[in-house]
Design a protein around this ligand. Structure first.
Ligand SMILES: *Cc1c(COP(=O)(O)O)cnc(C)c1O
Length: 360
């Protein structure tokens, strides 16, 4: 469709066009119900079909066995910064946190507000978070280790997850969930705000290993307890039905159109590789993240001056490339190239960047 731009927004972000078209086609009469998905009851067979199919698709894509709950919680990933320590650290024991950027820092703060005795065991703050710490000294007696797998703002990503021994990892995967296969064997929980890689804003997917529910105390508010969401199939209260429906369609697209997470990973590597190769060879653009720590989802880069960055972003918009301005806290430029972004968008962007360099 000609009036749609190449959308490199960090979140809410681009969705697959076939998903948007399916929503449009079924918007007034969902699954023969005679109602829109935004009008059906969450306690109807129509919505049960949506949420249960979404859960089954997540389980198939990530090869999850029955040890895991797939939950949908409101309040975004930011709510998980508060819920994880509230639910898992009620008996005075500690958790380890790795600080790799803005979102990790916020997760740490939300645990500290609750006076939880957490330990920050590694940080890349010394170099403005341009790398992922290695050889981290984890504590054997921690209840869990908290990580941010992909740092949306700083443009870094754990290439492989660290070895935390017997301590389960709790991972904020908001910006790289379902972008590659995942070994769940050392993972206690992952969470991901939908609006980066899965759907519209409004819900956070939480995948929780059932044994962690043993840590959840009874004396916390129902809506802040993982047990509530696990016991009620995420429908203790009214869930954001439309958001979950869109997620279901995105999951179907990953499974049936892309062909699963190995294929998704190949496609994402080709995209990021193309863009980083061009940047590294240009001498004009400069990637901000260290090699070995670079994100396949958020490519952050600078131009020779802030003035050039300003005109780059403005001209990009005129030419149909949106969302290339870096996060307001760091400046520079950023191309967010989540699952839905195709290689065609990357090739077009590289052509535009070449042109811009030539005339600058
Ligand atoms: C965007 C983002 C968040 C915040 O998500 P909300 O859903 O807005 O609360 C947290 N962590 C990471 C890694 C993010 O990219």
């Amino acid at each position: 469709m000609k009036d749609r731009i190449h959308n490199f927004n960090a979140g809410p972000a681009a969705l697959p066009l076939p998903v948007l078209e399916e929503i449009k086609d079924s918007f007034l009469n969902f699954a023969g119900s005679g109602m829109s998905i935004t009008e059906v009851s969450h306690r109807s067979p129509w919505f049960d079909g949506v949420i249960n199919d979404a859960i089954e698709r997540v389980k198939r894509l990530l090869k999850l066995d029955d040890q895991y709950h797939v939950l949908f919680v409101q309040g975004g990933a930011s709510m998980q910064f508060c819920m994880a320590p509230l639910n898992f650290l009620s008996d005075g024991r500690s958790a380890d946190f790795v600080n790799t950027g803005t979102w990790s820092t916020k997760a740490i703060k939300e645990a500290e507000i609750q006076n939880k005795p957490i330990k920050v065991v590694a940080s890349s703050e010394d170099k403005n978070f341009c790398y992922i710490p290695q050889n981290i000294p984890f504590n054997k007696d921690a209840v869990y280790v908290h990580l941010t797998s992909n740092n949306t703002i700083k443009g870094t990503q754990f290439e492989t997850l660290p070895d935390t021994g017997d301590v389960p990892m709790v991972i904020d995967m908001s910006s790289d969930v379902l972008s590659r296969p995942l070994d769940m064997s050392k993972i206690g929980m992952i969470y991901a705000g939908a609006q980066k890689n899965m759907g519209p804003a409004g819900v956070c997917m939480v995948i929780l290993r059932k044994d962690l529910l043993d840590l959840v105390p009874d004396n916390i508010p129902s809506m802040l307890s993982y047990a509530t969401f696990a016991n009620k199939n995420s429908m203790f209260n009214t869930p954001p039905c439309f958001t979950i429906y869109t997620i279901q369609l995105v999951l179907k697209w990953i499974e049936e159109t892309i062909g699963g997470l190995e294929k998704m990973d190949e496609r994402n590597r080709e995209k990021a590789g193309t863009l980083y190769d061009f940047i590294d060879n240009s001498g004009f653009y400069k990637a901000t993240a260290d090699i070995g720590s670079r994100s396949l989802m958020n490519v952050t880069f600078r131009l020779p001056s802030e003035d050039l960055e300003k005109s780059f972003v403005a001209e990009a918009i005129e030419n149909g490339f949106g969302g290339l301005k870096g996060h307001r806290s760091v400046g520079g430029c950023r191309a967010s190239i989540y699952n839905p972004t195709g290689i065609d968008a990357i090739n077009d962007l590289v052509s535009f960047m070449k042109e811009f360099e030539k005339k600058s």
